[in-house]
Write a protein that binds this ligand. Structure first.
Ligand SMILES: [Zn+2]
Length: 374
């Protein structure tokens, strides 16, 4: 399966064309037909109803929904994975809307939702158009179609609003990749992956900000510690650096915190030993950076929440880490002035996200760790 590159996907949206957007297999694995709201026409609405067939929605930002006084439906499922529907709308009579149902009238309502000159009094409630609320931060906060739509419209230079319609098969079941590929070929509409959009945004926008720097005396030697916060999630990035940092190949370890192993001597995994070996290797080289990711689920109320979903209270959290963590780690390394990295890792799989953002992994250096005692 080849997905369209994101810069080409943005170009299509800018040219007022459709895209088929798919999410991950471990999420809904759903394909939606999407277009920028400013590009919507009666013909486009009709095409979406006929060729996609699911419930057509208007993806909008929280801010715009607040301006239009369109609250989320009550009894809203607080689960972030669910679609965040608001009360439904039709554009008011003066826009020429009579019943609100036809493709022509739905296009009028959709356009009015994205028009910055309209306000709350320009819409009747309930109606035939279903606005859905995107999370602030877009696909970096939630990897849903709603967020992808808003991000794509914004990146294409339109107001951040998109129209989306889940694609159904002829037998009424949700379409899967083979069905989407057929639709793509039949109508010459490329398929875009939300995961690629996440990577693209991590590579092209800056989300990390240094908040504090100090010297840090460790048992391995003295490091310079810079703490970064980010705009995407509540994780903190602690960058322990030693020696002169420049664009020469530099020893780097990016370590996703693993409470059980790093601090509490768990035998679940090798994280704790790798952390120690990472500090040691950088101290011996006299130059390098260790980025330690402190995640909210490893402390306080975040840890408490985890008790509910797993019998294993202290599992290895590093093995299931969020790929965004590494993209943000790359931004931290870039901020510290690095270009080429010699990555300290015992994993064979490439950390794709780490090699973005102007960073190149020029070498993998394995960590010498003692044999496990189990
Ligand atoms: Zn671990």
């Amino acid at each position: 399966m080849t997905f369209i590159q994101i810069d080409q996907a943005i170009e299509r949206i800018r040219n007022k064309q459709f895209l088929i957007v798919v999410d991950d297999e471990d999420r809904e694995n759903e394909g939606d037909l999407v277009i920028a709201t400013e590009a919507i026409t009666p013909e486009a609405v009709h095409f979406m109803i006929k060729q996609a067939g699911g419930i057509m929605c208007a993806a909008m930002t929280k801010q715009r929904l607040a301006e239009l006084d369109l609250p989320l439906l009550e009894a809203q499922n607080p689960d972030l994975d669910r679609c965040q529907f608001t009360i439904t709308v039709d554009a008011a009579d003066r826009f020429g809307v009579v019943t609100g149902e036809s493709a022509h009238e739905r296009a009028i309502t959709l356009k009015a939702l994205a028009n910055p000159d309209t306000g709350a009094s320009d819409f009747l409630r309930p109606g035939h158009v279903f606005p859905v609320q995107a999370q602030d931060g877009g696909v970096l906060r939630r990897t849903g179609h709603t967020e992808a739509c808003v991000d794509l419209a914004h990146l294409a230079g339109f107001s951040p609003a998109g129209v989306l319609c889940p694609i159904l098969r002829d037998d009424g079941q949700m379409a899967r990749l083979p069905d989407l590929e057929k639709l793509s070929a039949d109508w010459d509409i490329p398929i875009m992956s939300i995961a690629d959009l996440v990577t693209y945004r991590l590579e092209h926008e800056r989300f990390v900000h240094p908040v504090k720097t100090s010297t840090y005396a460790s048992k391995f030697g003295d490091f310079e510690l810079t703490v970064y916060r980010n705009d995407v999630n509540d994780s903190l990035y602690m960058a322990f650096s030693m020696g002169k940092l420049d664009d020469a190949p530099t020893l780097v370890r990016v370590h996703a915190g693993c409470l059980g192993s790093d601090l509490l001597f768990s035998r679940n995994c090798d994280c704790g030993n790798e952390l120690q070996a990472g500090f040691q290797a950088i101290a011996e080289a006299g130059q390098g950076v260790l980025v330690y990711i402190v995640r909210p689920e490893d402390s306080g109320s975040g840890l408490l929440e985890r008790f509910d979903i797993s019998d294993n209270i202290l599992p290895c959290t590093s093995q299931h880490s969020d790929p965004r963590d590494y993209g943000l780690g790359a931004q931290v390394l870039h901020d510290l002035g690095l270009n080429q990295i010699r990555l300290l890792t015992n994993r064979t799989a490439q950390r794709a996200a780490l090699s973005g953002y102007g960073l190149e992994i020029v070498e993998k250096v394995s960590l010498p760790i003692p044999k496990r005692m189990d």
